[in-house]
Design a protein around this ligand. Structure first.
Ligand SMILES: O=C(O)C(=O)C[C@]1(C(=O)O)C=C[C@@H](O)C=C1
Length: 84
């Protein structure tokens, strides 16, 4: 069995990868927000969010619930960024 330090090292590596991906996503969302402001589209698009949530969890259905919670939080933060 891997020891605690080894497991935490792997978690730290994944945290760094997640952070980089989230930065990329938030940057794209900011662009979407600017586009929506110019074209006077509403920030919130419930249909798009439902489509994203329907995809989430397909790779591992046993983790669907926690994955959906994470993505709901990501999209809520994305909406907040778009409104800044
Ligand atoms: O795709 C959009 O229209 C976005 O604004 C991005 C995003 C997202 O985070 O994926 C955020 C807010 C919308 O409600 C839908 C999706």
């Amino acid at each position: 069995m891997a020891d605690l330090n080894q497991l935490r090292h792997e978690i730290d590596t994944i945290n760094q990868q997640l952070e980089q991906l989230l930065i990329q996503r938030f940057n794209l969302v900011t662009e979407v927000g600017n586009l929506k402001q110019t074209t006077q589209l509403p920030v919130c698009d419930p249909q798009r969010e439902a489509e994203i949530l329907a995809q989430v969890g397909q790779a591992d259905p046993s983790l669907k619930e926690p994955l959906q919670q994470v993505f709901k939080t990501i999209m809520a933060q994305s909406r907040a960024l778009e409104r800044q």
